[in-house]
Write a protein that binds this ligand. Structure first.
Ligand SMILES: [Zn+2]
Length: 195
């Protein structure tokens, strides 16, 4: 009888430990729908979206979100009142505010554009009430703009679609906003993992 009890306890203990691990392991899928790009630009954007999917499913990436701010003392800014765990959860749920988003699916609806301003330093943007991510084709054509940079831009813009914002003008804390911090983290992680 004692033996059975012990076995049940062990099984139960094992389940309790196992369940959160399973919950975290839910795969995040990235779906790409791109318009207004040349074939070459599309190839780079497609590659970047694959990198985003890899990084979003990378336990190290999740760890870095959870630990964000511990080393510097400055945590996520303009976090909508969410703590690090809740920000990670919102990313993993993948439900865009513009509606129709499926659970655990990152919908990248890309629209390429050419800026009227040839000196524009905006690689991407989103517009209110629009599910699309507008990518500045000047950057997609620039060989110095790596796939890792495109992946970071996609992640940054997609954070806006999850409802995260940042100051329009550059401030000392803007790089700690969720879109900038996560975009930077994705670029870093793509570089570390190797292209
Ligand atoms: Zn932004």
């Amino acid at each position: 009888m004692k033996k059975i009890n012990l076995l049940v306890k062990t099984l139960f203990g094992g389940l309790v430990i196992l369940l959160p691990v399973l919950a975290q392991a839910q795969t995040i899928q990235v779906s790409l729908d791109a318009q207004g790009l040349s074939e070459r630009e599309l190839i780079r954007v497609r590659e970047a979206s694959v990198r985003v999917e890899e990084v979003f499913n990378d336990p190290e990436f999740a760890q870095r979100i959870l630990a964000f701010g511990q080393a510097t003392g400055v945590g996520f800014q303009e976090s909508q009142g969410l703590d690090n765990g809740e920000i990670l959860e919102r990313i993993q749920r993948g439900v865009e505010l513009c509606g129709g988003g499926e659970l655990h699916r990152v919908d990248l609806r890309i629209q390429g554009y050419i800026s009227f301003n040839p000196w524009s330093r905006v690689p991407g943007q989103v517009k209110n009430g629009d599910c699309r991510i507008w990518l500045n084709r000047k950057y997609l054509r620039d060989p110095e703009w790596r796939v890792a940079d495109i992946a970071g831009t996609l992640a940054h813009e997609w954070m806006h679609l999850l409802g995260f914002t940042h100051a329009y003008r550059e401030t000392s804390l803007r790089s700690f906003s969720v879109p900038y911090a996560i975009g930077e983290m994705v670029t870093e992680r793509v570089v570390e993992r190797g292209e």
